[in-house]
Design a protein around this ligand. Sequence first.
Ligand SMILES: Nc1nc2c(c(=O)[nH]1)N[C@H]1C(S)=C(S)[C@@H](COP(=O)(O)O)O[C@H]1N2
Ligand SMILES: [Mo]
Length: 516
Amino acid sequence: MRTNRYAWPLAGLVAGGAGLATSYFVAMALSIRESPVVAIAEAVIRLTPGALAEKAVQTLGHHDKPFLVAVVLVLTCLVFAWAGRLAARSSWASGAVLAVLAVLAGAAVATRHGTGLSDQVPVVVGFVTWLVALSVLTEPLRRAAARTAVDTGTGQTSYDGSQTRRAFVLRAGTMAALAVTLGVVGRVVGRGRRQVEQARSLLRLAGVTQPLVPAKARIGLDGVSPWMTPADGFYRIDTSIVAPAIQPSDWQLRIHGLVDREVVITFDELVARKFTEDWITLNCVSNPVGGDLIGNAWWSGVRLADLLAEAGVQAGADAVLQTSDDGWTCGTPLSALTDARDAILAVAMNGKPLPIDHGFPVRTVVPGLYGYVSACKWVVDMEVTRFAKISAFWTERGWGEKGPVKMSSRIDVPRSGDQVAAGSGRVGGVAWAQHSGISAVEYALDGGDWQPAEISSPGTDDAWVQWAATVDLDQGDHTMRVRATDKTGLVQTGVERDVLPDGSTGWHTIGFSAKA
Ligand SMILES: Nc1nc2c(c(=O)[nH]1)N[C@H]1C(S)=C(S)[C@@H](COP(=O)(O)O)O[C@H]1N2
Ligand SMILES: [Mo]
C-alpha cells in the first residue's frame, strides 16, 4: 500500500501529539506548574553552559524561552515520526524510543526545583497514551501489511487499499481532534487556576495574624511530627479531580432553610467582619490507628455561631447541610456550629489565605469533628435543616452521621521497624482528643506496665499534644504501644475498630530493635 510510507510516521506524529495533549491536560488539571515539554526546555536552559545561554538570550532577546520550547517541540515531533516509522518493523523498537523520550522528560521534571513524585504523573500518562495511541493507529496498517504478505504468497490481489486508508484516516482524524480538544480544555483549566492563584497571592487579609507556636506546645524531640503542620505538608482529602478555582470576587455563601432570615454574604463582607483565630487539629475519619491523615494549623476566620444567630435558626433544626462549589456535601450537627467551640468559616491557614487545594477562598473548620462531616472546602451553601431529612456524600456511602473525633495517639519515634541504639533513648509522638483535650499519655514497652510520658501544653484543647519519654533499651527486639487519657478522665480504648463507619480505635503498637 502506497500510503504506508507516510502513514507510519504520520501515525507516530498523531500518537505523539495525543500523548502531549493528555500529559498537558493532566499537568493543568493537577495544577502542576508546566507541562513536560516546558520542563525539557527549562532543563535545556539549565544544562546549557552559561556563556552559550547568555549568547542565545542576546541573539533571541526575550523570545528565548518560547523559541526553545518550539525547538524542543519540533525535535520531539521528529522523534515521534521516527518512532512511527520504526513501528512498521517492530513495535518494541518504537516503544523503546518513546520510553527513552519519557525518561528524558521524567528526568527534566525531576531535576526541577521543588518537584515530587506526583509531578511525574503527566509524564507517565503521556507515555501510556503514546503506546496505546500508536497501537490503535497502526492497527489498520498492520492488518493491511499482513494481508499484502498473504496476497503476495497466493498471487491474488484481493485487499482493498482504500478501505485501509479510510480506517486509518478516520482513526488519525478522531485522535487528532480529541488531542486538540483536550489541549484546549487543559489550557482553560490551567488558566482559571493560575488566575485564582494570582488573586490569592495578592490578597491581603487585615484580620489575619501570623502563627506563633506556643513554646510549651513543643516537646523538642527530633522525629516527632512538627506541632504546627506546614500547609504544603498538610494531608489533603477530597473527591474532586480538579480542585475548584474560585475568585474571591465570585464567591458568596447562602445560609437558608429553617431560618428566620436568609443570609447571603460575599467574600468582602465576610473578611470585613471580626476574625476568630485558633489552633485546630483537623483529622480524617479514614485515618487508621498510627496513620498520618491529621494536621494542626492556625486557622483564621469568622465565627459561624454569629452568622447563624443573624439568620435566626428556627426550633426543630438539628443539622446544617453544607454544599461545596464542587457539589460535595456534608451534614454537620447544628449544635457544633453554634456552641462555644468557635466553629469558623476559615479564610486563612497558618497566616496565609487558604491554599486552593485546602478550600480557597472559604472553608468550614469545626473543632472536634472529623473532616467528612464538617470541614467543607470551597463552601458555598448552608441549609439549616434536620438530620432526618437529609443525606450527604459520605453518609450515603455508609459512614456515620455525626462524626465526633475519637481520642487517639501515635508513636513517631522510633518508627516501626527502626533500629536504634541500645541503652538510654528518647521515644515520642503525638496525641489528640480535640475539644476534650489530652490530660495524659502513657506508653508500654515490651508488654510491661503503662508508664507516664511527658506531654506538651499547647494551651488549647482543640489541638494535639506532643509526648516524649526516656526509655532504657536492652539489645534486641522490642515492642511499644501508646495510649492517651482525655481531660474528662476517659482512657483511650484498646478495642480495635476499623475506620468504617465512624473512625478507628485501638492502641498504636510498633516493633523495633536496639543494637549495641
Ligand atoms: N468540598 C469538599 N470538602 C471536603 C472534602 C471533600 O471531598 N470535598 N473532604 C472532607 C474530608 S473527608 C476531610 S478529612 C477534610 C480534609 O481537609 P484537607 O484536605 O484540607 O486536609 O476535608 C473535608 N472537606
Ligand atoms: Mo476525611
